[in-house]
Write a protein that binds this ligand. Structure first.
Ligand code: HEC
Length: 150
């Protein structure tokens, strides 16, 4: 519960810090930025999938998870209104359903905390379980908010 409140506060703080972005160039920038970050998240998940299959050290994943936690804290600010136009698969539903989109960031933050705890404890079974949960959060947000591959 404390984690939920903290994460909510962080998301709110991040959103409050979002300046209105008018210029098309700046808009292109946030799209490139969020896509690059998401790509990095994909790489982290791929590497950790291998760990759940016995390739790699569970404890060594803490730094990776920390990078993910930090990323999802700042990510909502990279979805300013209107940034569904351009080289992006972000769907307009993000902005018509903003509270839910933001809530998904809180959810993945909580699941990443569980993953971090399991990594720190070196608990392979808990790590694999938490990894599944994080993966479910990825697809849980992609389904409503990301257009299928063109
Ligand atoms: C809160 C919603 C949300 C969550 C959670 C989320 N994503 Fe995404 N993801 C998106 C959206 C929206 C896009 C499309 C961004 C764009 O094209 O501008 C995207 C795009 C991507 C891309 C494509 C990047 C590119 O090259 O264009 C990858 C890879 C990705 N996500 C991986 C992940 C992984 C892995 C997770 C879980 C660890 C995750 N995402 C969690 C919303 C989310």
């Amino acid at each position: 519960m404390r984690i939920t409140l903290l994460a909510t506060a962080l998301v709110a703080a991040t959103l409050a810090g979002t300046a209105p972005i008018g210029a098309a160039f700046a808009q292109g920038d946030v799209i490139a930025q969020r896509r690059a970050g998401m790509k990095r998240m994909g790489e982290h998940m791929q590497a950790m999938r291998a760990v759940t299959q016995g390739q790699g050290q569970v404890r060594a994943q803490v730094a990776r998870v920390d990078d993910m936690i930090a990323w999802y804290r700042t990510e909502p600010a990279l979805f300013p209104p209107g940034s569904d136009r351009g080289d992006t698969r972000a769907l307009p539903a993000i902005w018509t359903n903003r509270a839910d989109f933001d809530r998904q960031h809180v959810e993945i933050a909580e699941r990443l905390q569980a993953l971090r705890g399991a990594a720190q404890a070196g608990d392979a079974a808990a790590f694999a379980n938490a990894f599944q949960q994080v993966g479910a959060s990825c697809s849980g947000c992609h389904r409503p908010y990301r257009a299928p591959e063109r």
